[in-house]
Design a protein around this ligand. Structure first.
Ligand SMILES: [Zn+2]
Length: 323
């Protein structure tokens, strides 16, 4: 797909400078002399500021008071046009007014203001702000969020259970007891545009906002190709049989650590039998009805939110731009 990398979180050409990850002295020097700046992330939310027309990440000097709440070392993200970018987890900070969204909320739209933050700098949910960022900031934010999330959930050695330590500027964890090296993980997920003639297969999961439908998706299992995963997931969830499958585009999806493989599949059958554990409903929608839904004019149906690869694939299917 020619437009593949224009998806939100698509490649921005960030120079990750992987050869510097083992050079602690060079990275410390960059942080000390101001070439290096740090993005604080609080409980998965990057610090951002408004630009008037969008949002940008808030890069702080290494000695900024917000970063006093950082635990662990700095994660080195790469060279962003001469500026060396780092990230730090400041989740230890406890806001006075704990404005958490309820747990059953689909997306957390609360913003938190650290008392030491600059004017207009807030911690906000990336899922709701991802389309406001430049491709470069989106790549940096997705990388930082996925990596810091991995450190939080993989503190202990998977081989012997001892607490491991961050190494290689955050790109590894090493076990001090047994010496095992652990690497950040990415979970492959297939998300598929299943068509039958002029119709597209959509489903909705329990708990989604009313009327919201999207493409079917599921984790790739060990020992399985992407193509096989597409056919298996669609058959399990809807009993629709899929023939030919093609890969279209991918999207890093740091919620918490997926890589979405957008695929297209041709359905060989139309009858739907739902797996109620996975889906609340599934249906075939015509091109014309989908266009109405995407324009917000459909009476009952609301498509996946902007920024998600599902929406990107549906839009390009409607515009005949999948090749
Ligand atoms: Zn170990």
């Amino acid at each position: 797909m020619k437009l593949a990398e224009t998806v939100t979180f698509g490649g921005s050409g960030l120079d990750r400078k992987a050869h510097l990850r083992g050079d602690a002295a060079a990275l410390a020097e960059a942080l000390a002399d101001g070439r290096g700046t740090v993005l604080p992330i609080w409980r998965g939310k990057p610090m951002m500021e408004d630009t008037g027309t969008g949002a940008r990440l808030a890069w702080l000097p290494a000695d900024h008071p917000v970063l006093q709440d950082a635990h662990g070392k700095r994660l080195f993200l790469g060279d962003d046009g001469g500026a060396w970018r780092f990230a730090a987890d400041v989740s230890r900070w406890q806001p006075e007014l704990d404005a958490y969204a309820p747990l059953d909320s689909f997306a957390d739209d609360t913003m938190q203001v650290h008392p030491a933050a600059g004017h207009g700098q807030v911690f906000r949910e990336l899922r709701l702000a991802m389309t406001l960022l430049t491709p470069r900031d989106a790549e940096l934010a997705a990388t930082a969020k996925a990596m810091l999330g991995w450190h939080r959930s993989h503190r202990f050695c998977a081989r012997c259970g001892t607490e491991s330590v961050m190494a290689q500027a955050g790109w590894q964890r090493t076990c001090p007891a047994c010496g095992a090296h652990h690497f950040p993980r990415t979970d492959p997920v297939v998300i598929m545009l299943i068509t039958h003639g002029n119709d597209l297969l959509l489903g909705r999961s329990p708990g989604w906002p009313g009327g919201m439908y999207s493409l079917l998706a599921g984790f790739v299992e060990p020992g399985e190709t992407m193509e096989a995963a597409v056919r298996r997931e669609v058959a399990e969830e809807t009993a629709v049989q899929v023939g030919r499958v093609d890969y279209l585009a991918s999207q890093p999806w740091p919620y918490p650590s997926s890589l979405m493989f957008g695929c297209r599949g041709e359905a060989l059958s139309r009858d739907i039998t739902l797996d109620p554990a996975e889906l609340e409903d599934a249906l075939w929608i015509s091109r014309e009805d989908l266009a109405e839904a995407m324009a917000g004019r459909h009476p009952t149906l609301m498509p996946a939110r902007k920024g998600a690869i599902a929406q990107f694939l549906m839009q390009n299917w409607l515009a005949d731009r999948l090749n």
